[in-house]
Structure formats: structure tokens, C-alpha cells
Design a protein around this ligand. Structure first.
Ligand code: GLC
Length: 416
């Protein structure tokens, strides 16, 4: 299937990890799986979860102000606790938190993404089989697999029926634009029955987009936490925590600075990807103020530089400019991101198309520029006068280069 244009045009999405783990502020699902928190204590959060200030319209408003075009909410993490009133399984909050979220996003013109974990470490029928070829040196975990001699394939069938029941509910009720799967590593493509799962979802949401953890049915690459050094060729999305945690954890104050977030964002879109920036609301549904501030700051930067963000595609490959860049859809405007205060002229190498005009995006100030050198087909270096301090953005300045035609690059080595 081909990628939906809304996805590649979106640039920014907001990931929301919200679940019972926010009550004690422990790591989502992993804390009981890895025996860091006793299972009983972890599950006791279910009774203490209130969602008392859940206000999806406020979420949607904040996400829109951040410049995001979609959001992805954890409908059910590896702990198996559903955020909607599902008829399947025993673990939910007795309330539908997904419907109002989907509605609020759509009202703001945002696309609706749902995260769903393939794995469910609490379902009684889940740890009934094991992944074929699981390396013997890898220790089994009682929540995810059983020894080969204890396999119970009827139980696994029941698990798949439960999973399909939940997925049918999600797909038919909320018609998600994006399904963000996770936890695929516990089983194989065959065990998850990936093509059947995809067909089930598409029967309700024919245009749905899947991340790569949907295995053979995945539409885009899903690098996690680390920006790829060489951007993947096709569509992709970097998922990134705003501090060090996906869900809300009281002790985690290690928030990335706004400048750092703007770097991640510009580097990601410059490489042709989307940034899926994660927030972890508290158990009452409030997004912590340091996270709100950062989303708003990012939104302000994006608004000032919207032309370099929306409607653009991946920019120059490494080596031409010291920083990321994006290219307008008609390939006639190149947007260069400059992070540091330039001490001297800004040099751009290998631009085979003539540059007509250089301006600072946002202020409109024109900058003088000239090409120096070049021999035969090797093109010279474009030198751009440094912007004055009044034209510099506190986080990242963008220069708009109006080209004489569609961008062409010289990629040679200066000899023939
Ligand atoms: C990992 C973790 C999970 C988190 C996800 C987000 O797969 O298992 O806790 O939700 O990353 O990408």
C-alpha cells in the first residue's frame, strides 16, 4: 500500500502514554514484567486511577498549538489495561477514554492514532506459547512465554480471539487514521496473524496507516529514541520522550530543552521524517506543566517557520550545509537551518542551481550572497552574509534560498 500523503505532510505528532502506571509514576508495564514493582501493587493502581481532570478538548487544543497534525494514544499497553469500555478481557477502566479523544482531535482537524500493544502480559491466555526460534540463552519470562513442552495452542487461539475482538471494537468505533503497534517482538508474524489483523482493521478504516511494528504490513520505519544518523529512505517517524519516560514518572525532571527539541524536530523533518513527541499525562489526565511549556514553545517556533516545515520534503544530504534543511514541494526553495550564531559567512557547497535571493525566514531580511570558485562541472561555494543579531532566532534561524529552477546538486569529488 502506498503511504497516505497526510502522514508525510504532518511533520509533528504527539504520542500520549496514559495508563494506570501514572498513578504511582512507575514505568509502564515493564515495571511488573521486570519484577521492579510487585504485580499486585502494579495492578492496584487500577482502583486508584481517577482520570478526574480528563479533558481531551484541552489536549487537542494544546497539540494543535504545538503544530502537530496527529496524535497517538495508548489504547492498551503491554499491561493489558484498556482505555475504553471493551467487552473483551477483564482489564479496563470501566469508561471510554478513546471516543472523546478521537472526537476532540477530529474537531481540531488532527488525525487520530491509536497505539495498541500486540503483547498483553496480563491476559491469562497470553503466556501459552513461545516465539519459534527463540534463542535458548534468552531467559523466558512468566508473563510472556512458556517452555516448549507446556505450550497450549487452544489458549493461544483464545488470545487471538480476544485480540481480534478488541481490535474490531477500536476499528469500528473510532475509525483510526493510524494504528501504532508495539510489542511485536514476543511472537512471530505468523503467530500474530499479521495479514488477517491488517485486513480486519482495513475493513473499517481502509486508509489506515501502520507503523513498522505491524511487520509485513508496516507502512513506515519506526526508529525509537535515537535520531537515525543516515535517514531511512522511505517514510519514517522518530518517537521520542520529552524527558526520559514514556509515561508520567514523578522523579523524572530530565526534560529535553526547547532548543534540543527544535534540533530533533528540524533534523527529523530535514531527513524526511516525522517527529512523534511523547507526553505522559498524570493519572488525572493533566499534562505536566514542563511538558506543556515545551509543546507550546515548539509550536511558536514552528509558526514562525511554517514555510520551512509544512509542505516541504527532505532537504540536502549531509556534506552540503552544516545543519539540516528542507525543500519546498516545487523544489525551488531551499530552507537552511542554522543553529549557532554565525561568526562569518555561511557556506553552502554543491548547489548546481543558481540562487536568486536569500532571506531570513520570519523577518524577511535579505542577505547578500555570492558564489566563489568552481571549475568545469564542479560548482563553487555559495557564501551567504551572516544575519545580524536582530535576525537570529533564539533556537534556530532558517534561511530561505530562492532558486532559479528546481534544485540540482553537484555530488562529485572536484576532479575529472
Ligand atoms: C517500547 C516500550 C514501550 C513504549 C514504546 C514506545 O517498545 O516497550 O514501553 O511504549 O517503546 O515506542
Amino acid at each position: 500500500m502506498s503511504m497516505q500523503p497526510w502522514f508525510t505532510d504532518a511533520k509533528l505528532g504527539i504520542f500520549v502514554h496514559w495508563g494506570i502506571y501514572a498513578v504511582d509514576g512507575v514505568q509502564e508495564s515493564w515495571s511488573f514484567y521486570d519484577d521492579i514493582v510487585p504485580h499486585e501493587r502494579y495492578m492496584s493502581q487500577l482502583e486508584r486511577f481517577t482520570g478526574a481532570k480528563y479533558d481531551p478538548a484541552a489536549w487537542a487544543d494544546l497539540f494543535a498549538r504545538a503544530g502537530a497534525k496527529y496524535a497517538v494514544l495508548t489504547s492498551r499497553h503491554h499491561d493489558g489495561v484498556a482505555l475504553w469500555d471493551t467487552a473483551y478481557g477483564d482489564l479496563n477502566l470501566g469508561k471510554d477514554y478513546i471516543g472523546p479523544y478521537a472526537e476532540a482531535l477530529r474537531e481540531k482537524g488532527l488525525k487520530v492514532g491509536l497505539y495498541y500493544s500486540h503483547s498483553d502480559w496480563n491476559h491469562p491466555d497470553y503466556a501459552s506459547t513461545r516465539k519459534p526460534g527463540r534463542p535458548p540463552e534468552q531467559e523466558d519470562n512468566r508473563y510472556s512465554e512458556v517452555a516448549a513442552e507446556d505450550e497450549d495452542l487452544d489458549a493461544w487461539e483464545r488470545f487471538i480471539a480476544y485480540r481480534d475482538g478488541q481490535i474490531r471494537e477500536l476499528a469500528s468505533r473510532y475509525r483510526p487514521d493510524l494504528m501504532w503497534f508495539d510489542g511485536e517482538w514476543d511472537r512471530s508474524e505468523e503467530q500474530w496473524r499479521i495479514p488477517e489483523l491488517a485486513a480486519l482493521i482495513r475493513s473499517y478504516s481502509p486508509e489506515v496507516v501502520f507503523n513498522a511494528r505491524m511487520l509485513s504490513e508496516g507502512d513506515y520505519a519506526t526508529p525509537e529514541q535515537g535520531a537515525p544518523i543516515v535517514p531511512p529512505d522511505g517514510p519514517w517517524e522518530l518517537c521520542l520522550t520529552i524527558n526520559d519516560s514514556w509515561g508520567y514518572q514523578h522523579h523524572d525532571h530530565n526534560h529535553k530543552s526547547l532548543s534540543q527539541l527544535i534540533r530533533y524536530f528540524t533534523e527529523t523533518i530535514g531527513g524526511g521524517g516525522n517527529l512523534l513527541l511523547d507526553v505522559g499525562p498524570m493519572e488525572d489526565g493533566t499534562i505536566p506543566p514542563p511538558q506543556v511549556e515545551r509543546l507550546e514553545g515548539l509550536g511558536e517556533w514552528i509558526r514562525r517557520h511554517a514555510d520551512a516545515v509544512y509542505g516541504t520534503g527532505r532537504g540536502l544530504p549531509a556534506g552540503h550545509h552544516y545543519g539540516p534543511s528542507t525543500l519546498s514541494a516545487d523544489r525551488r526553495t531551499l530552507y537552511l537551518t542554522v543553529y549557532d550564531i554565525p561568526r562569518a559567512e555561511i557556506g553552502v557547497r554543491g548547489l548546481a542551481t543558481k540562487v536568486r535571493r536569500v532571506t531570513v525566514l520570519g523577518t524577511g531580511t535579505e542577505l547578500a550572497h555570492r558564489v566563489v570558485g568552481g571549475l568545469h562541472e564542479a560548482v563553487g561555494v555559495l557564501w551567504i552574509d551572516p544575519p545580524s543579531s536582530a535576525d537570529l532566532d533564539p533556537h534556530a534561524t532558517v534561511l530561505a534560498l530562492e532558486l532559479d529552477g528546481e534544485l540540482e546538486l553537484y555530488r562529485g569529488s572536484g576532479r575529472f
